[in-house]
Design a protein around this ligand. Structure first.
Ligand SMILES: Nc1nc2c(ncn2[C@@H]2O[C@H](COP(=O)(O)OP(=O)(O)OP(=O)(O)O)[C@@H](O)[C@H]2O)c(=O)[nH]1
Ligand SMILES: [Mg+2]
Length: 683
């Protein structure tokens, strides 16, 4: 494989809503560059990027894909993110692997939900942004209106650099307004006469925008009301690289028109890794800026894992600095572990192209790594460098998961761990209170894909269900209780008697055991068994099968038998006395309450607030930011587990929320009664 200088690399991440045409655009770029010999189609399930069988079946991307093409002696690496909001984690992680996010918008679609979500992810990020208006061949396609919608609804301020030639069925290519050339399938030609005015206007507008980013250019521009082409290009490149200008291009990925012009523009105007040599890193946890180069310190970033039994275990990596060579051992600070580079590849979808090194600026894949995971740093064995951690959204959807067949119960853990390692927003944990395995993530679609991958790749069938609410049991009042355990059956009998005072402790204080036995009415060697009887009963629950918390038990009296008393007998007596006492103390259930921040366009506020109160939620405050309302609320987990589908349905998909645990709170009596009744039925 040819090795490219940092300056001759372009790393692009395609973002935008599902169906905008990102994968189709990537396919066109590969084809036009000769990276492929035939043009794949989404509808035929044969594109380079959507090679996973599940993607073919669904005709949409379900994970980030990677490919590359060579154009005019440059290498363009393309990362294609799925537009479905469930997979937003892939996009967030990939942003850090590229210099430019290419936001693909649908020329007929207005400002779509997926586009909104991806634009939000770009806010405040150091990556260059560019907008591609796609589907210019469609009826009612409108370049200007689409850009206007983006300006109105996001922080992006796209400025045309490629203007469309023709429209709808007769859209044939684009004019590069910097170089003032028309680029179509037939090659380069003069600007069509009927576009001369539009090109002149757009060019002047672009010159102004570029001049505003640099004092020297501004003086030059004010003096001549013009910038020389070389100065305009240099100024534009710099402004794009710094995120001060967002260029806009027009294409049809469907028929390929405008794609040649886009490829040229990518090379002429978008930043290379050499334009972003400064990188913020952590050295012993302290922030520091380093200058990256192929000769510099080894620093790589892992942005994707793909583990398929048929294809193999791939770890995708962006080299930020230094050069990784086959056979090199490296350190992964996040894991405090080592790994070794074996075979390495440049990937074009599922096709691998061998390489013996991956240099700063390049994107490649390693195989069979043991310890490296997504978002990890790769660095030299003795290095203290680490990449800053990445913030991911908190889960919004939960399910309990278990093997569909009991016999697979052992296999499910490993299969699940491997599958979810590919998606940074999925969490999986054993809930110690409900004893259920709970999987959480961004949505139903995402969790369904996890199940499909487990089945296809590891032959493990799983099932998902609504998770149990981790209620807790406690008491409001105090009482005394007594229990004598006495059995005379055949041989040795059993005997133990205890008297308890049961009281609540402060919320969150936990369990307190008090031993007030005097005069040896219960010998001290039985006291631990009494405490154990209480603790075990608290674990199992008393009124509804949930863990008991925040009680104090004082054992103050009892009796024993010289021959028949045993630890077991006292444990049983203790458990029974606690159950009896607990039930006399006005038992209640506690439920977890979470803090939510709900983010919705202002027009949905009324609906959202009404809905929160029907879910026993409390509104804690609100704040308008731009066109969005940020609403702080508290909601019981019992309602929150299924909140996201509801929120999406009444906000046309535009509402989302983040959440975290707040505290436990008393469950209303009517609900407590239902939970208790359901448990008694099942017992
Ligand atoms: N007419 C027309 N159809 C297009 C164009 N671009 C994409 N399509 C079609 O739109 C559909 C969706 O295209 P994709 O490339 O899968 O869209 P995507 O952005 O990758 O979608 P996700 O993977 O779900 O995020 C496919 O049927 C494409 O053939 C275009 O420029 N013109
Ligand atoms: Mg796609």
């Amino acid at each position: 494989m040819k090795v490219y200088d940092m300056k001759k690399l372009r790393n692009l991440l395609l973002l935008g809503s599902s169906g905008a045409g990102k994968t189709t655009l990537a396919e066109q770029m590969f084809f036009k560059c000769g990276a492929t010999t035939r043009l794949g189609k989404i509808d035929e399930g044969n594109t380079v990027m959507d090679f996973d069988p599940e993607e073919g079946a669904k005709q949409m991307s379900l994970g980030l894909s990677i490919g590359f093409a060579n154009h005019k002696d440059h290498r363009i690496n393309i990362l294609d993110a799925p537009g479905c909001p469930d997979f937003v984690g892939d996009a967030i992680v990939a942003i850090e692997a590229v210099e430019t996010a290419l936001v693909v918008a649908n020329a007929t679609g207005g400002f779509e939900v997926g586009l909104e979500l991806h634009c939000e992810q770009l806010e405040g990020k150091k990556v260059a942004k560019a907008v591609v208006v796609n589907r210019m061949d469609n009826e009612h396609a409108d370049f200007d209106k689409t850009l206007e919608a983006i300006r109105e609804n996001s922080e992006l301020r796209p400025i045309p650099v490629l203007l469309p030639i023709g429209k709808e069925g007769s859209f044939v290519g684009a004019v590069d307004i910097v170089r003032q050339k028309a680029i179509t399938a037939d090659g380069e030609s003069e600007v069509p006469a009927d576009m001369a005015d539009a090109v002149a206007d757009a060019r002047l507008h672009l010159m102004e925008a570029v001049a505003e980013t640099d004092e020297d250019l501004l003086n030059d521009f004010l003096e001549h009301m013009e910038l020389a082409e070389d100065k305009l290009i240099a100024g534009l490149r710099k402004a794009i690289a710094n995120g001060e200008i967002t260029p806009a291009f027009a294409v049809s990925a469907g028929n390929g028109a405008g794609v040649n012009a886009l490829l040229d523009a990518v090379i002429s105007y978008l930043p290379s890794p050499a334009d972003r040599k400064e990188r913020e890193v952590l050295v012993n946890d302290a922030p520091k800026t380093i200058i990256t180069s192929p000769e510099g310190d080894l620093l790589g970033y892992i942005f994707k894992l793909y583990a398929d039994p048929n294809m193999g275990d791939f770890t995708y990596l962006r080299m930020i600095s230094g050069t990784l060579k086959t056979g090199t051992e490296f350190y992964i600070p996040e894991k405090d572990a080592k790994d070794k580079a074996g075979n390495m590849y440049f990937m074009l979808g599922k096709n691998r192209h061998d390489t013996s090194e991956i240099k700063a600026g390049e994107i490649g894949a390693l195989v069979k790594l043991k310890n490296a995971r997504m978002m990890n740093t790769i660095t030299a064995l003795n290095s203290k460098l680490q990449l800053p951690p990445i913030e991911l959204p908190s889960p919004t959807f939960w399910q309990m998961i278990r093997a569909a067949n009991q016999s697979d119960e052992d296999k499910i853990g490993t299969a699940l761990q491997r599958v979810i390692a590919e998606d940074p927003t999925i969490n999986f944990e054993l809930n110690l209170e409900t004893h259920e395995n709970v999987i959480s993530g961004m949505g139903e679609q995402q969790l369904n894909i996890v199940m499909k991958k487990m089945k296809n790749r590891y032959k493990v069938e799983a099932m998902m269900k609504e998770p149990r609410i981790p209620y807790k049991e406690t008491i409001m009042g105090s009482a005394e209780s007594q229990y004598r355990h006495k059995k005379q059956s055949g041989g040795r009998g059993q005997y133990g008697e205890v008297y308890f005072r049961v009281k609540p402790t402060e919320r969150g204080e936990g369990f307190k055991f008090i031993n007030s036995i005097v005069g040896g009415v219960i010998p001290s060697n039985y006291i631990p068994a009494i405490e154990k009887g209480i603790v075990e009963t608290m674990e199992k629950g008393i009124i509804a099968g949930y863990q008991v918390v925040d009680i104090s038990v004082d054992v103050y009296y009892g009796s024993y038998h010289d021959v028949d008393s045993s630890e077991m007998a006292f444990k049983i007596a203790s458990s029974m006395a606690l159950k009896e006492g607990f039930k006399k103390c006005k038992p209640i259930l506690l439920e977890p309450i979470h803090d939510l921040t709900i983010i919705v366009p202002a027009e949905y506020m009324g609906d959202v607030m009404g809905d929160i109160s029907t879910r026993r939620g409390r509104i804690m405050g609100m704040e308008q930011r731009g066109k969005k309302q940020y609403l702080n609320a508290q909601m019981p987990v019992a309602e929150m587990y299924f909140y996201f589908p509801a929120l999406k349905s009444f906000t046309q998909g535009r509402g989302r929320f983040t959440q975290q645990f707040a505290h436990y709170e008393k469950v209303p009596d009517d609900i407590t009664q239902k939970v208790v009744a359901a448990w008694q039925e099942q017992e």
